[in-house]
Design a protein around this ligand. Structure first.
Ligand code: ADP
Length: 340
């Protein structure tokens, strides 16, 4: 649904060049919620702004719903019409809502409908329907200053849906909200994704956002995507940084020589198996549990455990093989936490 190929964006200001995007290949499938995560300055905002062409990339291409946006001319004149129409099919939600303070919730949602030239009755009907969809019918006549952060964001989402988009882009939509409101807005995005078949691309610096709503994710660093994929695949990938960030387990082992630290990831039915006690019994070894947690990620139950076995890696080849035979993902890690 959204594909970028070798996307590059170089900003030039006061004789300085900043490469904000450095060859980004992104692939978002129809109907999925895709999260891009990374620290500040990684290039996330630039990426999302290039996807809807608020920012023209320096090179590379952006295709949304089969249309190569980078091939279309811009501008406010006739030549730019095709691009404007394609962009209308891409909704955008902002961190600070970007509502007009002198307009009511209803009038804010009507704004994009005015721009496309819908008549007044039709505008009202459509805006009322959208406010209902985001659970805000009773606040249609309120001005932004009379609404809570979560309510303002609901208006922002209703406005983003006015052009019947197939794709919704969200730029840190929950970063200005408290945890409870964040949860309700994320649940709304998930519902819209399911009900309307809307593809959602969101950027965030919060792992919890990725964990609670995303099907797939990409980790950005220095203008590049360093890791990406479906969450369940990432969790099953040895040494995945995203999997670690999604599922932090705290301290790494005792650091003592002659011990082997394993990270074990289990999904689906595997948590039901008492594999630690089985392993201890079968091989007569003392297993030290360093950390463990079970969470729901991408709607699936996933567990992770860090354990320490006596003896070096070479002495534990057989027990490690045993665990893998049980369908468990096993990473042998060194004392710095890197996959060995
Ligand atoms: P993120 O959203 O991950 O915090 P950004 O996409 O905002 O990252 O920024 C990526 C890099 O591009 C940063 O080094 C930032 O300073 C730079 N940058 C972003 N926008 C501009 C701009 N309009 N002009 C110059 N540099 C910019």
């Amino acid at each position: 649904m959204i594909t970028t190929k070798d996307l590059t964006k170089v900003y030039r200001s006061r004789g300085r060049e900043v490469t904000a995007l450095d060859g980004v290949d992104l692939h978002v499938r129809p109907g999925e919620v895709y999260g891009v995560v990374g620290t500040s300055g990684a290039g996330k905002s630039t990426l999302i702004r290039c996807v809807n062409m608020l920012e023209r990339p320096t090179s590379g291409s952006v295709t949304v719903d089969g249309v190569d946006l980078t091939a279309l001319p811009g501008g406010e004149n006739r030549a730019g019409r095709e691009l404007r129409e394609a962009r209308r099919r891409i909704g955008m939600v902002f961190q600070h809502f970007n509502l007009l303070s002198a307009r009511t919730a209803q009038e804010n949602v009507e704004l994009p409908l005015e721009i496309i030239g819908l008549d007044r009755t039709e505008r009202r009907r459509k805006a009322a329907e959208l406010l209902d969809l985001v659970g805000l019918s009773d606040r249609a006549g309120s001005y932004p200053a009379q609404l809570s952060g979560g309510q303002k964001q609901r208006v922002g989402i209703a406005r983003a849906l006015a052009g019947d988009p197939k794709v919704l882009l969200s730029d840190e939509a929950t970063s200005a909200l408290d945890p409870e409101t964040t949860r309700s807005i994320l649940a709304l995005l998930r519902d819209l994704n399911r009900q309307l078949g809307l593809t959602v691309l969101l950027i965030t610096h919060e792992m919890d956002v990725i964990k609670s709503v995303c099907d797939s994710a990409a980790l950005m660093r220095g203008g590049r995507i360093v890791e990406s994929g479906a969450l369940t695949d990432l969790l099953a990938t040895g040494g995945s940084q995203l999997a670690r960030d999604l599922f932090p387990l705290g301290e790494f082992g005792s650091g003592q020589p002659g011990r082997t630290v394993l990270e074990i990831t289990f999904q689906g039915d595997a948590p039901a198996q008492p594999f630690v006690s089985q392993l201890a019994r079968t091989y007569q070894i003392d297993i030290n549990i360093l950390g463990a947690a079970v969470e729901t990620i991408g709607g699936r139950m996933v567990g992770r455990m860090r354990v320490e076995l006596p003896g070096g890696h070479g002495e534990n080849v057989v027990p490690i093989g045993y665990l893998r035979e049980q369908g468990l993902q096993v990473d042998v890690i060194d004392t710095t936490g890197a996959a060995a």
